[in-house]
Design a protein around this ligand. Sequence first.
Ligand code: FCB
Length: 458
Amino acid sequence: MSERPSIQFPDDFLWGAATASYQIEGAVKEGGRGPSVWDDFSHTPGKVDHGHTGDIACDHYHRVEADVALMAELGLQSYRFSISWSRILPDGRGKVNAEGLAWYSRLVDLLLANDIVPCPTLFHWDLPSALEASGGFRNRDTASWFADYAALMTRELGDRVSMWSTFNEPWCYAYLGHASGVHAPGLQDDRAAVTVAHHELLAHGLGVQAMRAERNDLQLGIVINPSPVKSEGSPSASTDSMRRVDAIHNRWWFDGALKGAYPADLLDDLGPLAEAIQPGDNEQIAQPIDWIGINYYFDLLLRGTTGPDDRPNRNYPTVTNVTDSPIRPTHTDMGWPITPDGFTELLVRLKDDYPNLPPVYVTENGCAYDDPVINGRCADPRRIQYLDAHLRAVRDAIDEGVDVRGFYQWSLLDNFEWALGYDKRFGIVHVDFDTMERTPRDSAHWYREVIKANGLTG
Ligand code: FCB
């Protein structure tokens, strides 16, 4: 890598790292927290690898002070975390848990005392179980309950927190949670998945309105995980399948949130599956926002399959004969291909396709590699290489005119990687899950230098 050119990022570029509540906090039965769908799902045998749960996770709930000190040591300028809805409202609505509010308030104060900009996400998949019992995001009312929760958090933290996102990767919650069912709440019901996809965006729109009604000085956004859709390998995926996947994975979210109209071709494909959409919803959803978060890991490399009713990839309703099983020799521990060029392409496409695209923050990018700690040091050259390549891709997009304002590495800590449990390690900081000891990997030291230099020094 040493022969690669130095690159600089724009002045005021914001450097951070990201986590999410269920993946790191633990203390699931403490501090008045109510259960969430991820507690229920992870405690259902067979749902998560090795039967892992978030019961203890990184024990961040008890170690928050030391963890923020670590962030400061690493030179982070911002920290993206998520708020556990059921820690604030144990039943999802109604009774407020003061202890939960106090915990996040303290986190915010600790961050501010260390000059770290807090960037909370209101929904990173851990829906309160009580709301799931009344239909979860299949139930339209959940969108209004989300808006109530968003307003409450604004009242509590809005004096100190300006940068907020409503949802994290709503595609994942809708389709992994309700179509393939590999994530909580674990349904396999296409109509439910599309309904959830719509109600999440409705909740986003109502949430933004509720937050703006509380304060007019907030920077509000939403975090999406778009990917270029490509065919690779043989047989190729059909053009029509690729169009459908692109529509469900990408265009639904950006068209919905920024254009105020879902893609017409997708509505045709979905037919009655999209019956949850009501007149007037589009206007509620497409609220002006101040920024948009992009989580990027890899391109969707599809390949065709044979067989009359072959549906190996259940994440895309109406799409048949397509799979995204990895075929490239180079991939991370997740089995995900390494495709930095796609990142530039994606960001440029978003700028071109959406003239009202707000300023972009890369809200997640990173990779899982299980490099061990040896004599107190964890050398993880592949993570450094991955991040270096993706930062260069972001810089290329900036050169092509995309207004990217910041970058959050995923993740600060090794953590509970959803259905894959603790084996997939994304942290720039290694966590020993027996002792909870934190060991910054080489990539953490490297990242500190990147932040200091506001770029890559070659
Ligand atoms: C994203 C999620 C995040 C983490 C990374 C690896 O899809 O937002 O919680 O699991 O993937």
